[in-house]
Structure formats: C-alpha cells, structure tokens
Design a protein around this ligand. Structure first.
Ligand code: ZN
Length: 327
C-alpha cells in the first residue's frame, strides 16, 4: 500500500486475517486407479505411467502415479456443495471474501492459479489440504471496478505414520471488487425483460432469393437450369452437372417432418421453450430446417404432414415456419 492511500476502516479486521490457516479438507478416496483412468480419458492424457502398471515408466517410478495436475481433484467435495468427508474443517477459508461482500464488493473474478508439485503421488496415498489466506493487496481500480486482489494458498499433504509429507501447493488469486458499471436496478421506466430481436439469417448473393421469396410469401427452391435438379441449401453451383446457371421453383409448401430436435436449454430469448425445430422434407424432395409451430414437443412426430406459414418478426424479418396439418 502506498503511504498516501488510506485504508478503509472496515478493511482492518479483514486484513487482520492475512496469514490465517484454515483447517484440513480430507479426500473422500485414497489415490486410486479408476479415478486416474477416468481423468486421463477425459483430458486425453496417454502417458502409460498413469494407467499401465507394466509400462517401463510406471516401473521406473515405483508403480502407477497420479498425474501431477490431478492435485486438486482428490479433495473435491463432489456434486453436493460443501460435502466434505468426516473430520474435515467446518471453517470457511473464503471468509475474507464473504466479509468484503458485506462491505459492497459483490463481484469476483479469478485472476490466476499456480500449481507447484513436490513429488509423484502414488496409488493408495491419502491426501488432505489446508488453506492459508496468503495476501490481500492494496485497494486497486481496474477496468472491472475497485477492489482487492486476494491470494489463497492450499497446501496438499499425504498422510504418513512417520509424519505427513507435502506433495504440492495450489495458489489461487481472485479480484474481489465493486463493479465499475453495475447493472442498473430495474425501475418502472426500465422494462424487466428487455425485448430481444430474433437473430436474422445470414444473407448472401446465393441465398438472397430465398429470403426475398419468403417476404413475398413464397417458398422458393433453387433449380439447376441445365439438369433441372432441385437443391437446398442454396449454392452457386450444381453438384450434379456443375452448371452455374439456376432459377427457382415455388414449392407447394407441403412436406413431412423428416427429423426434429426440441431445444430445452439454454433458454435463449426471444425463443419460447421447449422449442421444436424440424428438418422438413418438402413434397418437391428437398429438405430445410425450420421452426415447428402450433405443436407441443410431445405431439411432434417423424412423418407428420406439415405446411409452411410465413411469419413476420421484429417488423421486417419474414421466416418460413411449419405447422402440422390437422387429421
Ligand atoms: Zn445441374
């Protein structure tokens, strides 16, 4: 901290926590081969020292070892938050961050994380870590806002009868801050739900005819002038005869659901969810992707007869959509 900078009074008890050691968090399981194998598979790691006990590397290193970067994995809580094994501390090693929140610094962004390894970790070792609040920097203003860089260091140990051995360290630094441009509170003047526009299709010289057709209430299909083959999506060249000459035909607008998906998540405005999207096979033979309307997700069926409808969004966007025919 520079001499000129005055510490906020509320920061004093928080800064007094610097250097505090928080209790142990134990690992649910001893270091084990299945977890190592799953991790390697997910990460695309193929070093046989981790998975093949007969490999020269594993033998040279005294048996299978865990990838060093799995350090943090062993003592994780699992899917339930704060669900640590019996004997683990109930202390909150992030209490300094909670205290800053109470003083108007709600936001957090991870800044950096550094891992240090002391030695290989072997199967059946039982690990734990403890956390130290290592440092709180002086008050800083960045592009994000004003706050403090907070550094925590987690030290990992292996339990040994002759005395626990340190195996590595994880430094974790966050910026805890008050945002420079906080999201404005919702008032009567600002609508709670902003009106999102529907994403417009990308348009090129090859596809413009299709969207202009839709605007005119026509479902147009590109046709090769040389060999008469219909094609969709539109393109500059016929895949059959390589002719660049093309015109269009107006489709009847009738077709069947060839396939479909129903989008549930993420719920992206302005779409309603669940959002059924069909791959429609037109009676003329080409297929196109379009939203299905007037049908619930339970009602959509492959082979269902559908008819095109042109609907206008955001004043000037006309999209073909398909509605199931009754009966
Ligand atoms: Zn052709």
């Amino acid at each position: 901290m520079s001499q000129a900078q005055v510490e906020h009074e509320w920061m004093l008890p928080i800064r007094a926590l610097v250097g505090k050691e928080y209790g142990r968090i134990y690992a649910w399981d001893a270091v084990n081969a299945p977890m190592i194998r799953h991790w390697c598979e997910m990460m695309g790691v193929t070093n046989p020292a981790y998975t093949d006990p007969t490999s020269a590397q594993a033998i040279e290193r005294g048996g299978l070892i865990a990838p060093a970067t799995m350090l943090q994995v062993w003592c994780m809580e699992g899917l339930k938050i704060n669900n640590y094994p019996p004997g683990s501390t109930k202390e909150n090693p992030y209490e300094a961050l909670s205290m800053m929140e109470a003083h108007g610094l709600p936001s957090v962004v991870a800044v950096n994380s550094e891992l240090t390894f002391e030695r290989d970790v072997h199967l059946d070792e039982r690990l734990y870590y403890s956390t130290r609040l290592d440092n709180i920097g002086p008050e800083k203003t960045t592009g994000l806002g004003t706050g403090y860089f907070v550094t925590l260091v987690m030290s990992f140990f292996s339990q040994k009868p002759q005395g626990d051995e340190k195996i590595g360290e994880l430094l974790f630094r966050v910026f805890k801050f008050k945002p420079a441009n906080p999201v404005k509170a919702v008032t009567a003047e600002t609508p709670a739900i902003p009106k999102y526009k529907r994403p417009a299709p990308g348009m090129s010289d090859d596809t413009r005819f299709f969207w202009e057709g839709a605007r005119a209430g026509k479902l147009l299909i590109q046709r090769c002038k040389a060999c008469q083959i219909l094609r969709h999506p539109p393109g500059p060249i016929c895949s059959e005869c390589h002719s660049f000459e093309w015109d269009t035909v107006t489709a009847s607008g009738l077709g069947t659901v060839y396939s479909f998906v129903v989008a549930h998540y993420p719920e992206v405005p302005p779409f309603e969810h669940p959002n059924p999207i069909g791959l429609i096979e037109l009676d003329e033979g080409t297929r196109l992707v379009a939203q299905l309307i007037g049908v619930t997700r339970e009602e959509v069926k492959i082979g269902q007869r559908v008819k095109v409808e042109f609907n206008t969004f955001d004043d000037d966007l006309v999209l073909p959509q398909f509605r199931p025919l009754k009966g």
